[in-house]
Design a protein around this ligand. Structure first.
Ligand code: NDP
Length: 332
């Protein structure tokens, strides 16, 4: 079986040489463990942070050890009463073909209820991030005008659609290609969208939201955050979910130059970590799966095939090559 190891820590943008695909023996489960054949593997932006040797809210990847991440697979051997061979499970030992998982660290998922890959995306961690980040962290109210960056990605595309479904007065998104912008407006029902690579974000946002915004859902940071502070109305709220424009930076980047207006506008800027919001999980799954069934919420996935492709899928996601959730599928 093969697994990806981090073999050196990236400085700035990760390079292919920072990773190695290594052959290892398929392990045998000990008491209370299951052996999982992974089927879908997740690549996510937060993994870039785990490649640094720095204290964070998740531990750093260790060098010459298998990397970790969300995965869905099939139990092929079990020494736990909680799981039978053939069960499908969600767990945290991705980046490998076979995972030896402690029973307590795996959750059963049902392939009859939803395609297995959705437990990594629209019905999984990124989906809950969108749901909790908008409805709870940003205190979204019906009638709010909402701006979301990274809007064609896994989290962003769901933020915009949930805002529309919950009665936003206007939803604006930004993304990094004309194709993504078209998708936001024509398929996801955003009221306006723009390509942030084509001109200053502040100008494009002013044009897209001439009356201002009440909520900014930040996936990107930097220039986007500054533009949003300008566009926010009195008592506006910002959910700081991610700042992907800074994950590969080698120097600390300057903060928004207009931060002083947080005072006069009485803005609230609130960071979030999805882990704190799993109490909303049942409600989130119920509501979002209904919207998916009724066709009111749509989702895309960009799927790469084979364990060999995983490093490039991760690097491609950082460059914006994905539409919706980036998934690596291991065909049986
Ligand atoms: P996405 O599916 O959105 O993929 C990442 C996207 O980021 C790319 O497709 C690319 O799209 C965009 N991007 C890359 N570089 C830049 C840049 N310099 N400026 C603007 N956009 C850029 O990933 P996720 O939906 O999984 O994650 C979105 C954000 O949410 C990330 O910041 C992530 O860290 C954060 N997050 C936070 C969580 C939390 O608990 N706080 C949990 C989950 C996610 P484009 O073509 O538009 O540039």
């Amino acid at each position: 079986a093969r697994e990806w190891h981090l073999v050196s820590r990236p400085h700035g943008w990760p390079e292919p040489e920072n990773f190695a695909l290594r052959e290892v023996a398929v392990p045998e489960p000990g008491e209370g463990q299951i052996l999982v054949r992974n089927i879908h593997l997740s690549v996510d932006p937060y993994m870039r942070g785990r490649m640094n040797d720095a204290a964070s809210y998740v531990p750093a990847y260790q060098l010459d050890r298998p990397m970790e991440g969300g995965a869905v697979g099939e139990v092929v051997a079990s020494r736990s009463e909680a799981f039978a061979v053939g069960d499908h499970v969600l767990h945290g030992l991705g980046w490998r073909e076979y995972a030896l998982v402690d029973a307590g660290a795996a959750a059963k998922v049902d392939p009859e209820l939803a395609p297995l890959s959705t437990y990594l995306g629209v019905l999984g961690m990124p989906g809950l991030t969108a749901y909790a980040g908008l409805l709870r962290v940003a205190s979204f109210q019906e009638g709010d005008a909402v701006f979301v960056s990274g809007a064609a990605g896994a989290v962003g595309s769901q933020v915009g659609q949930i805002a529309k479904l919950k009665g936003a007065s206007r939803v604006i998104g930004s993304a990094g290609s004309d194709e993504k912008v078209r998708l936001l407006v024509e398929e996801y029902g955003f009221d306006a969208a723009f390509n942030y690579k084509k001109g200053p974000v502040a100008e494009q946002l002013r044009e897209a939201a001439p009356d201002g915004i009440d909520v900014y859902f930040d996936n990107v940071g930097g220039e986007h955050l500054e533009a949003a502070i300008d566009a926010l109305k009195q008592h506006g709220r910002i959910t700081v979910c991610g700042m992907i424009s800074q994950y590969n930076a080698t120097e600390p980047s300057p903060g928004p130059r207009n931060l002083v207006s947080v005072i006069g506008k009485r803005l609230r800027i609130q960071g979030m970590i999805v882990r704190d919001h799993y109490d909303l999980q049942p409600q989130f799954v119920k509501e979002v799966s209904q919207w998916i069934r009724s066709g009111e919420l749509i989702y895309r996935e960009t799927v790469e095939h084979g364990i060999d492709s995983m490093r490039d899928a991760f690097l491609g996601m950082l460059r914006g090559e994905n539409i919706g959730k980036m998934i690596v599928t291991l065909d049986a």
